[in-house]
Ligand binder design. Sequence first.
Ligand code: GAP
Length: 475
Amino acid sequence: MKPVTLDTIVSLAKRRGFVFQSSEIYGGLNGCWDYGSLGVELLRNLKDAWWKAMTYRDDIEGVDASILMHPRVWEASGHVANFTDPMIDNKTSKARYRADTLIEDYIAKLEKNGKTDRAKAVADRLAAAREPEDFYQIIVDEEITDPVGGSKDWTPVRYFNLMFKTFVGPVEDTNSVVYLRPETAQGIFVNFRNVLDSARQKIPFGIAQIGKAFRNEINTKYFLFRTREFEQMEMQYFVKPGTHPEQFEYWREQRFQWFLDLGMSPDSIRFKPHDKLAHYADAAVDIEYKFPFGWGEIEGIHSRTNFDLGRHEEYSGKKLEFVDTVTRDRFVPYVIETSVGASRSFMAFLCHAYNVENVGAADGGEDAERTVLKFHPKLAPVKAAVLPLVKKDGMPEFADKLYRDLQKSFSVQYDESAAVGRRYRRQDEIGTPFCITIDGESLQDNTVTIRERDTMQQIRVSADTVKEYVMKSLI
Ligand code: GAP
């Protein structure tokens, strides 16, 4: 099978209604995407799977905090001072880049050309770079050229804050500045006390949230991978200091397993330890997926110490400690964070599901090749398709009745146009796990065939058992 390219995925996503460019009729808005009818189902299913795995347990509570928060939150979290990327412009082409990404791409090129020692030396310098001048000097020393026009005429490097600013109320002055949240995590930290008290939890316990986050990325990249508006699914697990290494291990395994349980293969995801830790973290690992363009982070698991709660205590003046009523111990909890992009992992699951197979004339189809999205049934946007074999002899009426009944429980499509083989192909291409065909026999003995997407095997069952059959695959 030919390796899949990102262009193939983007074009299928558009053609079949998974993802469209935002404001497309106006030429699009860079770094923003819209989910179509199938995309919104896939995204919801993905978020549902995460929500169930993370909050349907005794020790984790959900929240849904507002996107706009008190501006002091972002001072306390360090985002106002530090949530920056180094930016550089090329004077000739006027193209703008993240200086670190420019250097990373250069390192990758050195590696590809077998210059591993040189690549390592530049990577070490990049890892140590802190000030804008550090990045600039690497670019100048290595004579890195502009990928657009090849020029070496660069501006100095400047730090650029990624938070989107807006104003509350009618007056646009510095007192009314608020930010669109760049992560959902802070909405969890500031609600630590509220949830602890209202849900009557004890340490260790967690708070989970799914929601939009916004980052004014210098360069957006690779479809849904790096966008300016995206969704995160984050969980902060509050633990007693000292127990955090073992909790970190627990959560990294749990999160890896979650991807496997939803159909990722063990060779398509991997752990990637962080080369340099953020100042507040004492351990961090990413889960990466092998995208068509290479390995890329889909989730970060961080041991964040008591940095966030400590800072919010300091900035708000409110105590954010846990008091053990039995031992009278009091402490500011340490936090293990699991943070996964809903939109980025949506793209990973879409890429992973994509297959082109040679199936010959099997399966009633006329094409030797089929494109099939092998989604886990839990994620599949459409769970079943109801297909009357022909448009006569009472089959459409029978099929319609079954279709309406199934629709009460999950998303179903009805399709009576074209040969049944071609209808199977249409469903394969959107990842529908089950096709239910109504034929002449159905009207005599109330049986139908269920054709399974991946094996293309068919079984004959009573029409009354179809719902249960499909539902079983969704548990
Ligand atoms: N609270 C920690 C945090 O936000 P992060 O590594 O910056 O950590 C976590 O982001 C996850 O959010 C990433 O692994 C990725 O899946 C997703 N993410 C971050 N920036 C993104 C962007 N610009 N576009 C799409 N997804 C993004």
